[in-house]
Design a binder for this molecule. Structure first.
Ligand SMILES: [Zn+2]
Length: 314
């Protein structure tokens, strides 16, 4: 990552960074976070020359309250300038693999600890708090599971074998290209069913491998087709009716490469956040026509209402 990519004023000028955040968060004009007022006649920028005014301060004539664009977001109370938030959001969105807190620390000149907190806040921003069901009539949903574990023998808590690994279940709607992934302690018929019925329309056709995990829940969907993708030499990737789990496997491939290369020591506790990050990037990838800049702006748009859900753990 070179500094040259940070030539844009939003990475240099705090006022420009704030205005850009306002544009992303309030595409139709400012909204008072205290009372919800969005009547622009009753909202005013407090633009005095007085140094006592915080830059970017707004006044709501409805509730007589004051606010800035960061009130009620993960950035509230953060001492990190918005220019650096834009840089970090840009870096986390500039490749398939994400970016380590160490790279953020070096590129932004913030402490490692600050970089680490920033990354987790951005992952929080990438989390969809109100997901709607995927798929629908005439559409298919691919479901697949994989196991994630730290295979480094030097890692804390390393155990040999698969029992210590965490299960991850991914759903992909190939009609939109969007993915969602979930961390479960153990993938079994019950946990997989819970994920499927809360995240996918039952009018969809379910596509899975031949794992028995999906047999029962498959009957609850409009249809259930399986594909044998085992590595036993008989593996087929697309079934005779066109069913496949290739997209879900592709998501796992991106996730595992990223985790191996960028996030070496991911504890079980944070797996959910990394999955949110990879699902977000995958669902808003270049192949779907989303640019790096749009993905960065979408990330910062997601800061709203996340403040209370984030709790630092150390
Ligand atoms: Zn108000």
């Amino acid at each position: 990552m070179t500094k040259a990519v940070f030539q844009d004023p939003i990475f240099q000028d705090e006022n420009k960074a704030r205005e850009a955040l306002e544009a992303v968060r309030w595409p139709d004009g400012a909204v008072c976070p205290h009372c919800g007022n969005s009547d622009q006649e009753k909202l005013a920028k407090v633009e005095g020359v007085k140094q006592s005014h915080r830059p970017g301060l707004w006044y709501c004539n409805e509730c007589k309250g004051q606010f800035t664009v960061t009130v009620g977001t993960v950035f509230e109370r953060s001492k990190v300038p918005l220019t650096k938030w834009w840089m970090a959001a840009h870096m986390i969105n500039s490749g398939k693999n994400g970016v380590s807190a160490h790279e953020i620390h070096r590129a932004l000149g913030v402490t490692y600890k600050t970089a680490w907190f920033m990354m987790h806040r951005l992952r929080e921003a990438m989390t969809d708090l109100a997901p709607t069901p995927m798929g629908g009539s005439g559409k298919s949903i691919q479901a697949d599971e994989t196991y994630i574990g730290n295979s480094s023998k030097r890692a804390k808590g390393y155990k040999k074998g698969h029992s210590h690994k965490n299960s991850v279940v991914a759903l992909v709607d190939p009609s939109t290209g969007k993915a969602r992934a979930f961390h479960v302690k153990r993938a079994n018929a019950e946990t997989v069913r819970e994920i499927l019925v809360t995240n996918a329309h039952r009018s969809s056709e379910l596509h899975t491998d031949e794992s028995r995990l999906y047999t029962k829940v498959g009957a609850e969907f409009a249809g259930h087709k399986t594909v044998n993708h085992g590595w036993n030499g008989r593996g087929e990737y697309v079934g005779k009716d066109g069913q496949t789990t290739n997209n879900a496997e592709n998501f796992f491939g991106v996730f595992k490469r990223g985790m191996r290369g960028t996030y070496i020591f991911c504890s079980e506790q944070h797996l959910k956040r990394y999955l949110a990050e990879f699902s977000f990037r995958y669902s808003n990838r270049a192949g779907l026509g989303v640019t790096d800049g749009e993905r960065t702006a979408l990330t910062l748009k997601g800061i709203e209402g996340k403040r209370l859900t984030y709790r630092p753990t150390n």
